[in-house]
Ligand binder design. Structure first.
Ligand code: BGC
Length: 534
């Protein structure tokens, strides 16, 4: 395993992110230091040793800014302050300094598409008269039909229901692609860009190493806000591709990314990664052109089913989408918006075996990898009772979509009973299952067959073994239902058996397998991946 004294941040490593493993900390659920049942910045600081031991290179911290928490921080009322629920600016500064001492870079969320309805700008807009400068920071419009009683167009909110809400008193409507408490900003207004620039410089000045840009395919809206050609379902999944959807991917968004990049370029070794959900590879490619984003989240691998064709197609699309651009492909199979891999791939022992296999596929690929906290423990999604659900999706969908709470359960750290060292109170913000004693960090740390040990070994090998040096992927012949690729250069081979039956192992020295391999000349069991050195 990696030794603590090996870790250092090379200040001149401008493109440190090109092959980095990022760890997404969903702050509410990571570690609670003040005992209120909600994770916080001090909790993250207290667990930096764990993250170093795990072997990741950088953190992505989800929003910790001032917020009424309608969408758990993605509704920002002051983007340049820390919400008291999570700590304060001094704690944030200490966290960044300590993370750097542990050899971990710190990237944070940026939410430029919308603010909270409690943001002072929106508060001013609500009381101002139509047509004035206060309203011009958002997308206010008169309604259609008699007396403006119908929304200005037919757009739906990603969380369900109409994307417009009317102010009381037969007033104007305002646009919100997410919850009504998340009004969309008007990016045609130069004040909006100027304010984002202030926010960027504020956090860059405090030493952050980069940003994850929320809804990076949003922000700009097409002139005239034309109707959607077709209505999407009541509550489209956040993962649905947008296709010919006028709500997203308007051309003007690229000017915004060029503006952001220009600011970042003034600071050495910083990175911006965009959350990009667009129709196809060509649309994706436009976000990572020179002068725009350094990296883009491509969700193809996350969306792939556990079968060889689907996984291979996802990898190929992800590679094609960055071909000819300065950006490497990025790899992720999980985040706070989606069902956890263990559950997605079938649940139970099979789901866990597949999630472990897919982790090896993900981590074998060249380019940055994003891990979501708790996946290294093999956590499944949790079925929660109706009355504890908090995600706005539950309410907005008229209680037809349960939302994303099931993948956001607090992390189990130690001990045999809930809350497993996450907090001093058993009243955690979402309840923790009673049967997670075997899944805690403590229980897995010294068990060589645990999922945590698998991740640690994988990250160690990825960091140090020469097999991981090649940046190009070459496909290998594989039996039906399986896939195998080689990293040209270093000679790492990764083989995945999704066929349902044992298959023979490709030649080479086994570096790591996601499940038990019986000794010598033995086949690769189903639902297993292996790393070999040619
Ligand atoms: C974030 C979600 C959030 C939404 C609105 C996303 O894509 O990942 O968690 O609800 O943006 O800000």
């Amino acid at each position: 395993m990696r030794r603590a004294d090996d870790r250092h941040l090379a200040p001149d490593d401008e493109a440190w992110w090109r092959n980095a493993v990022f760890y997404q900390v969903y702050i509410r659920s990571f570690a609670d230091a003040n005992g209120d049942g909600v994770g916080d910045l001090e909790g993250v600081r207290g667990r930096l040793g764990y993250l170093e031991l795990l072997g990741v290179d950088a953190l992505w911290l989800t929003p910790f800014f001032r917020s009424p928490m309608v969408d758990h921080g993605y509704d920002v009322s002051d983007p340049r302050d820390v919400d008291p629920l999570f700590g304060d600016l001094e704690t944030f500064d200490r966290l960044v300094a300590d993370a750097h001492r542990h050899g971990l870079r710190v990237t944070i969320d940026l939410v430029p598409n919308h603010t909270s309805d409690r943001h002072e700008w929106f508060q001013a807009a609500v009381t101002a008269a139509p047509g004035g400068p206060e309203r011009a920071r958002y997308l206010f419009r008169d309604g259609r039909s008699f007396g403006g009683s119908q929304p200005p167009n037919n757009w739906t909110s990603v969380f369900g229901g109409p994307a417009w809400t009317r102010l009381p008193g037969a007033d104007q409507w305002y646009l919100h692609l997410f919850a009504p408490e998340q009004p969309d900003l008007n990016w045609e207004n130069p004040e909006v860009a100027a304010d984002l620039e202030r926010t960027l410089r504020f956090w860059l000045g405090r030493g952050v190493d980069g940003f994850r840009i929320d809804v990076a395919h949003g922000m700009a809206k097409p002139a005239g806000l034309p109707d959607m050609p077709h209505q999407v379902g009541v509550c489209p999944s956040l993962l649905e591709r947008d296709g010919a959807d006028p709500r997203f991917d308007a051309d003007g968004v690229h000017d915004i990314h060029r503006m952001i990049r220009k600011v970042l370029d003034e600071y050495p070794a910083r990175v911006a990664i965009g959350e990009i959900r667009v129709a196809d590879d060509a649309a994706f490619a436009r976000y990572v052109r020179p002068g725009e984003l350094h990296l883009g989240f491509n969700f193809r691998l996350l969306e792939a089913d556990f079968n060889a064709d689907s996984v291979r197609a996802a990898i190929e699309h992800s590679l094609v989408a960055v071909q000819g651009s300065p950006a490497p492909a990025t790899w992720t199979i999980s985040n706070h918006d989606t069902v956890r891999p263990v559950t997605r791939y079938g649940g139970g022992e099979v789901g866990l075996a597949r999630a472990r296999a897919m982790a090896l596929v993900q981590l074998a690929l060249p380019g940055p990898a994003y891990l979501y906290n708790g996946d290294e423990l093999g956590l499944p999604n949790v079925e929660l009772p109706d009355w504890v659900l908090q995600d706005p999706v539950w309410k907005r969908s008229g209680h037809t979509e349960r939302g994303r709470d099931g993948c956001r359960i607090p992390l189990p750290w130690e001990s045999g009973t809930s809350p497993y060292g996450f907090s001093a109170t058993p009243g955690t913000w979402l309840p923790m299952p009673g049967d997670w004693a075997g899944r805690t960090v403590e229980a897995q740390l010294e068990d060589p067959s645990s999922t945590l040990s698998l991740y640690r070994q994988a990250l160690e090998l990825r960091q140090r073994h020469t097999a991981f040096t090649g940046t190009e992927v070459e496909w290998y012949g594989a039996p039906p239902g399986c896939l195998a690729f080689r990293r040209r250069g270093g000679g790492l081979v990764c083989a995945l058996n999704a066929s349902g039956a044992p298959v023979s192992l490709p030649a080479g020295q086994v570096l790591l397998a996601s499940g038990p391999l019986r000794p010598i000349g033995d086949p690769l069991p189903p639902d297993t991946a292996v790393w070999l050195k040619e």
